[in-house]
Design a protein around this ligand. Structure first.
Ligand code: PRX
Length: 666
């Protein structure tokens, strides 16, 4: 927790430029789950005055329990909080069976649209049957409660059904985003000590087939993977795959002939539902461990409150199930809320940048939830090619627009509101994290007056604050560290296999028991929160969290590299762009050699971490700017990357001239 509050405070001025407030739209308010600010206040007051009573009421009303809980929150081993811990339930039963019992069996659960436009619809009854068949197949291979499965899958009904099948049996899953490399996949297989891998032959994105099974095969030739007994393969493209008889099985073969009924296995509320890796401030990603009961409660409640879920809504979250957004607002929360959902395999720019608008029109989407990066890239596309402007499509079905993953700049917010939402749909800017499990700071569509660029207010039951480095609360208008001051049911339970890291990262002693989010924020005079950016070395590129340190250590592991530093440079489309400063072993490359060396390093990062981590620019130098104690001054490199003059004090640098040697980026 060092200097980064300073370095981000400039951002707030541009955010506050847009001061307009958008009041809730009357049609949206009518009948909303939480309708009007008084209803919001009443719920928030109930939660504040009697937290245990509030959470107990919600957990009883929202979830089906096999064994009712008698304890709401056990704080005796804080910060290792336990929620509803003597209760038992099954997550998959709460997402699927409940809809079969309440007369919604034939309601469409998923409308799947493939990359090439092919469409598949499944009802809750059919999805339930598919989940049961997969669960029975996994059971017959010998898997059950407490085993760990790695999923490395394309966006598909099969990916969601496999997650649900794991939940049905109490198998702990860890989904690895299909865009991650073999190395990252291997790291996660080893860290969770996976017993099982579920993958596909290939995934289709933008008309191209990208191998998945081949990456699994490679990962499993590496050390530490002996635990894995089976690789289950979903046949997506029919592309060639190598086969390891005895270990590899086809999903369609093992599910063939299985019963479409499978009793859900009751698990304790604290049983881990999943582990999801996210970048932290060291080279090693953190396995964020979530619970079953508390997580699902908050996933479902926020789906209902924040999206104001109604029976005839068509909900579309464009995230991949490899990220937390796809877990909470595709596979679990929104499914428990009984929403009809769009699941999309492809990318927003294929076959052209009108794909999202075309899909909203064809499927009559009413709630659309996407990332600012996607919005900004589609704004850009529409400005150069009027054919893909949203005005060419009938988007009249839309009711609510959501944004997630990074700050949405007011310009993009207003464009989204006007051009996509036709000025009548609230834009719900949801701030949360892999660790929070669900939304934390967000407007409610039927209640909260909106300010473009602000994620507004904490949800009922959530207490947040902005504090200084000693943990002391700061007055409104002062930037500081965002903390969550009370435990909430969907919070991270631990870092898988590394409880010390959990405590050190999220509950450092100076925060006096509050959860340290890792973001800087400020609160305005109306109590609205404005997120300013990360306070650690984590970058946000296209809404994806990348560890700067992880990319640095990858670069340093390359045989030509002596030292590397990664900084994020603001980017109009992707939020931040990865910029690398590199000192090579041996001589500085000349202008003729530099592009080839830069390409070689980019390919290396793509193969070691994943294509999303590839540096946009690489600057070569003879030495890094360092403090006298040997710490690389990334703050100064950030200024160099932005092409600006350094006007800050550089007297702490061991050698101030060192900054001049970085010339030109490749
Ligand atoms: O910096 C914040 C940013 O994304 C981080 C969490 O990333 P991740 O765990 O990958 O989860 C992304 C999806 C929830 C946060 O620490 N972030 C997320 N949402 C917003 C945001 N920054 C500003 N505004 C948001 N709405």
């Amino acid at each position: 927790m060092s200097d980064t509050i300073d370095s981000t405070s400039g951002a707030i001025d541009s955010i506050l430029v847009e001061k307009r407030v958008f009041d809730p739209v009357p049609e949206v308010v009518k009948g909303a789950a939480i309708s009007g600010m008084q209803a919001y206040q009443a719920l928030a007051d109930e939660a504040r005055s009697d937290p245990e009573g509030f959470w107990a009421r919600m957990a009883h009303e929202q979830l089906v329990w096999h064994k009712p809980f008698t304890r709401v929150l056990d704080e005796s081993d804080a910060p290792f909080y336990r929620w509803f811990d003597d209760g038992e339930l099954n997550v998959s039963e709460n997402c699927l069976d409940v809809h079969l019992r309440n007369g919604n069996a034939d309601k469409t659960a998923i409308i799947f649209e493939a990359d090439d436009g092919a469409i598949q619809r499944v009802s809750f009854r059919e999805l339930h049957a598919r989940v049961c068949r997969i669960a029975n197949a996994l059971k017959s291979l010998g898997y059950g409660k407490g085993d760990r499965a790695i999923l490395y899958m394309p966006m598909s009904i099969e990916a969601i059904a496999s997650m649900q099948a794991c939940a049905r049996l109490g198998i702990v899953h860890s989904v690895v985003f299909g865009g991650f490399s073999t190395k990252s996949l291997h790291q996660r297989i080893v860290d969770v000590q996976a017993d099982l891998v579920i993958t596909a032959d290939e995934q289709m994105r933008g008309g191209r087939a990208i191998p998945l099974k081949a990456a699994v095969d490679m990962a499993l030739t590496e050390d530490g993977t002996d635990h894995v007994r089976h690789v289950v393969v979903y046949r997506r493209s029919g592309g060639e795959v190598a086969w390891n008889a005895g270990r590899d099985v086809w999903l369609h073969e093992i599910t063939d002939g299985q019963s479409d009924q499978c009793e859900p296995v009751p698990v304790g509320a604290e049983h881990p539902l999943f582990i999801l890796y996210t970048s932290g401030s060291t080279g090693k990603p953190k396995g964020v461990q979530h619970s079953s009961g508390g997580y699902l409660l908050w996933a479902k409640l926020t789906s209902q409150w924040v999206f104001d879920a109604r029976p005839d809504d068509v909900f579309w979250c464009t995230a991949d199930v490899g990220w937390v957004t796809g877990h909470t607002y595709i596979t679990y929360g929104t499914m428990a809320a009984g929403l009809t959902q769009i699941v999309f395999e492809g990318i927003p720019t294929y076959p052209d940048s009108g794909r999202f608008w075309d899909m909203i029109q064809r499927h009559k989407v009413s709630i659309f939830y996407t990332a600012p990066t996607a919005i900004r890239s589609l704004i850009k596309a529409a400005s150069t090619d009027p054919k893909v402007h949203p005005s060419n499509y009938d988007l009249g079905s839309l009711r609510i627009l959501g944004s997630v993953g990074e700050p949405i700049n007011p310009e993009a917010w207003v464009w989204y509101h006007q051009n996509v939402g036709g000025g009548r749909c609230p834009v719900i800017d949801t701030w949360w994290q892999t660790e929070t499990g669900g939304h934390i700071l967000t407007p409610l569509p039927g209640a909260t007056p909106l300010k473009p660029g602000s994620c507004t207010l904490p949800l009922p039951g959530i207490s947040v604050d902005v504090v200084d480095e000693t943990g002391a609360s700061l007055p409104d208008g002062r930037g500081g560290f965002l903390v969550i001051t009370r435990p909430w049911p969907a919070m991270i339970r631990t870092v898988w296999g590394d409880p010390d890291r959990y405590v050190n990262s999220y509950f450092p002693p100076e925060m006096k028991g509050a959860y340290l989010a890792g973001d800087s924020a400020q609160r305005d005079e109306d109590g609205y929160y404005w997120i300013m950016g990360r306070t650690d070395d984590v970058l946000s590129v296209s809404g994806h969290r990348l560890g700067g340190t992880e990319i640095e250590s990858t670069l340093v592991a390359h045989e030509r590299v002596a030292e590397a530093a990664i900084v994020g440079r603001p980017d109009a489309v992707t939020g931040e762009a990865v910029v690398a400063f590199v000192v090579l072993k041996g001589d500085l490359p000349d202008e003729a050699q530099a592009p080839a060396v830069a390409d070689e390093l980019r390919r290396w990062v793509a193969s070691e971490v994943g294509p999303i981590a590839k540096p946009r620019e690489i600057w070569f130098g003879n030495a890094m700017p360092k403090t006298r104690s040997g710490k690389i001054m990334r703050r100064l490199l950030r200024i160099v990357a932005e092409g600006q003059e350094i006007t800050q004090d550089t007297s702490t640098l061991e050698n101030p001239d060192v900054l001049k040697q970085f010339k030109g980026a490749y």
